[in-house]
Design a protein around this ligand. Structure first.
Ligand SMILES: [Zn+2]
Length: 68
């Protein structure tokens, strides 16, 4: 079960991206919040939304949870 993180800084469109541990883009994030272990990005995004209402899956590592 992979670990997920949410970027503490919003994207230019206001979205807070949720990443799976090991995602390249996660290495570029300076401040992130640990969301714990999740079977999939769906529950990880749900967890992230408790902190950031506009959470969205990363298009690279959590494409199935990415909404544009
Ligand atoms: Zn990612």
């Amino acid at each position: 079960m992979p670990k997920y993180f949410v970027n503490n800084s919003a994207q230019t469109n206001g979205d807070y991206e949720v990443h799976k541990d090991g995602c390249y883009w996660l290495t570029l994030v300076t401040s992130k919040k640990d969301l714990g272990y999740h079977y999939g990005c769906e529950s990880a995004v749900r967890e992230a939304k408790k902190t950031y209402a506009k959470s969205n899956g990363c298009i690279h590592c959590s494409k199935e949870c990415h909404t544009s």
